[in-house]
Design a binder for this molecule. Structure first.
Ligand SMILES: Nc1ncnc2c1ncn2[C@@H]1O[C@H](COP(=O)(O)OP(=O)(O)OP(=O)(O)O)[C@@H](O)[C@H]1O
Ligand SMILES: [Mg+2]
Length: 242
């Protein structure tokens, strides 16, 4: 199994002084799908923003064997597709089709190839009928689906979705879980949605205070912390308890 992501002792402090990551160690192997759990403010989004160079902290972050730095960021952004928590900010073109085709065009594809990719990705997320609509006019759940299509159209090796089920209705959540389960890529899914994680992920890590405080299968996390994920100090990593 190839190692796709290797993060060691990652630390990050925001400019206003808030320490958001306090030594994160994380690996992702080919074929894995990992849920990132943890309370609001525990560092999940800050962590994933380091994976494609949107933020740069201390420690090491490697993606597909490349250390994330200014030179490697363009190559890394082809390998790792990140859908933001606030995915609305990812949509900026006049039509849905142009938005989804933007990434493939940027990779150097012809406009026909890019449009074909975009149509296929929109069909995958159930948004084919919206191709000519303005992203601005879509519902929140529809925007989320289009943002996901934008990433799928680039065919990255790793998918990173930050809170992908936010705004999706229950059938939409099930459809997304089914879609993700069928995709061959390795995945990192930041979510508070345990049924969704159970349906999509074979491993889970639990963020607390800017570190990974526990990890195991999704089922193990649920049995250790309960369905409301109230952290029990006796069940966290030893380093965290100390
Ligand atoms: N731009 C920023 N400037 C300053 N502090 C920030 C910024 N973004 C996040 N933080 C702080 O960093 C910490 C981690 O935030 P982060 O967004 O990574 O949490 P999260 O686990 O993704 O939470 P949520 O479940 O609410 O999305 C929090 O204390 C947050 O207030
Ligand atoms: Mg977040």
């Amino acid at each position: 199994m190839a190692r796709l992501i290797d993060v060691r002792n990652l630390r990050f402090r925001y400019e206003d002084g808030a320490a958001a990551l306090n030594g994160v160690d994380f690996r992702l192997e080919e074929g894995e799908a990992v849920a990132l759990f943890g309370a609001n403010g525990s560092g999940k989004t800050t962590f994933v923003m380091h994976l494609n160079g949107l933020l740069a902290g201390e420690g090491s972050v490697e993606v597909c064997g490349l250390a994330v730095d200014r030179q490697t960021i363009p190559a890394i952004r082809r390998k790792i597709g990140l859908v933001f928590q606030d995915s609305e900010s990812q949509l900026f073109m006049p039509t849905v089709l142009e938005d989804v085709a933007f990434g493939p065009l940027n990779l150097g594809m012809s406009s026909e190839q890019a449009a074909a990719r975009a149509h296929a990705a929109l069909a995958t997320v159930g948004m084919a009928a919206a191709a000519s609509r303005a992203p601005y006019h879509l519902s929140a759940g529809e925007k989320k689906r289009v943002a996901i299509a934008g990433i799928l159209a680039m065919d990255p090796e790793i998918l990173v979705l930050d809170e992908p089920t936010t705004f999706l209705d229950p059938p939409g959540q099930r459809a997304l879980a089914g879609l993700l389960a069928d995709l061959p890529q390795a995945k990192i899914l930041v979510t508070h949605n345990i049924p969704f994680a159970l349906a999509t992920c074979n491993r889970a890590v639990f963020f607390q205070g800017g570190v990974i405080a526990a990890e195991g299968s999704v089922e193990e996390m649920v049995s250790r912390f309960g369905w409301d994920f109230t952290p029990d100090p006796s069940k966290l990593n030893r380093r965290q308890r100390a």
